[in-house]
Design a protein around this ligand. Sequence first.
Ligand SMILES: [Zn+2]
Length: 470
Amino acid sequence: MKRLKYLSYLLSTLVFLCSCEAPINQVVDKKESKSSEFNAVGVPPGTESKYDLMIEMDKSETFTVKASILIKNISNDTWHEIPFYLIPNMFTAENSPSLETPSNLNMIEVSLNEKIIEFTLQKDTLTIPLTTAVAPNETVNVEFLYNFTLPEKGLRFTKKESNFYLAQWYPMVPTYRNGWNKEDYRFKGESYHTPYSDFLLTYTVPSNYTVVTTSEEDEKLRNNGNVYKINNVKEVFLALLESPNVVERQVKNTNIRVFGLDGHSEEEYEIAAIAKDALEYFQEHIGTYPYSQFDIILDSMGMEYPGVVTAGSYYNTKRVNTDSLKSMVVHEVAHQWFYGMISNDPYNDAWLDEGLSELATLLYYSDRGETNFSFEFGNEFSKDLPLPVNLSLDDYPMIEQSSYIYGKASTKLGMLFQKYGGKEKAEDFLKAYFHHYQHKEVNTEEFVRFMKFFLKLENDKDFKDWLEGY
Ligand SMILES: [Zn+2]
């Protein structure tokens, strides 16, 4: 029964939730974690970027952005061009003809080291040629001036009623492996992958909006024109909310803010309570949440950003019921560790952050004595889902993608811990994993290397039937 209930939990929460590479490490990450027993080695990002982003919204709801990015080549190769993710371009009439209200995007000017240059823009890829090649350890400055409107019914980058959600709204520098690691945009899962970077953010918006950002410093109102420093995050999210209800809770040094937009006021209190409890549990069993603010917006699809999550629906279908909303929020809170503080490529290794966030969610529910959940697993997925869990997103049938990267991945991890010590072993693992890999990128190969060390495994047998390459 418990197993059945776990399965129904999986099916209810996993199918359409939110949501990477590179087995070859070119150079050893300089930030190796020193341990007498184990040396954690992050996947080198190849690029190091500092962003200075200025965004202004006018009364016609047009956003104008000036983005200045210092990009350092920390790979071993010389670059001849730089591609950027420009995801807002996916929601224009040309690229999303089915949208009734598409985005308008107008790239006014791109400069390289203060000289205006030509660029190409195809789907979500804006590429600049480098007339002078950029050698290892050299830095270039690229500036963009553009404006856009938000689409309605976009994905993460969207306007919903009178609220604006700005995810991936600026040109983002990809990672560099043996070449640029940039996938084409996908409307399911996350096809974009960025290294930890430093940001300056300045915004000016009409004063009737409450601005919620990745920054831990944003306050309601009166923040126009301030410069926010946000260091060591994968991306910067921004939401403009009109008249939200706000419920706040404190966990240690972190203030949780729950923003409700639909007048579901009782639900906001329930979500604030479970978010507080989950943040406490994850801090105890994984590691400290380092920011003084954590925001939850109860609207739009379930999705994680640094310091902010949205929850409400699976891929913008109808709003989920309160129990599903709670488990969605716990899952997104877990992403603050797995995605937010430990990175993986969400196209080539999507199973790592999704599988671990699901596992952490299950541990939380079973720890809090929810009788519907137990840390017991059977091999439910072996027949219906024969593929390994660590393939790239394009290698799965679209309809089964989530069942693999959330469901089968978390179940296989759970089975492994069940075999080698159960729930406590799983909690110990998450803590040790976080300790070793904070602000590093992990891929399947490195994950298995650490798992074998942690569980004292002598061979790869335990990974054979569910991870490609073993
Ligand atoms: Zn997720």
